[in-house]
Write a protein that binds this ligand. Sequence first.
Ligand SMILES: [Cu+2]
Length: 150
Amino acid sequence: MITLTKRPALAVLVGTFLAVGAACAAQSQDESSPAAVRSTPGPGGVATIPFTSVRVWFNEDTDLAQSSLALAGPDGSLSLVGVHSMGEGDLMAAVSGAVVPGDHTLTWTAVSADGVTATGDVRFTVAEAEAEPAPDELDGDAAQAPGDRD
Ligand SMILES: [Cu+2]
């Protein structure tokens, strides 16, 4: 009788232990590898000149001192200066130097708080800005603030 009543309790205990163990394993996997969740410009997106900054958001905070961004365009590498975080789990940098239209690749290297490094890239296009509309083509839509475009 004693063993019959103990066994179900033991089974529940073992089952709970396994479930907690699985949850912890899943969590530590998430924490160990930073992943990009979005970026500006986004993958396959089009940025227009003047193209002045890049930004990547991650699924966790990254170690700013260890993480980096690099940008390559049709003419080779471009300078990124002042890599920083805006405090949203992101890395951001200013684009320095002449930007030419064409395909670009932003490569990120992110190091998590617990020291795990991940890398990835974002490919997008840089295009010349559209010409300003002539004054007689202006209509109500032109009153929209430039900042509203995304
Ligand atoms: Cu910023």
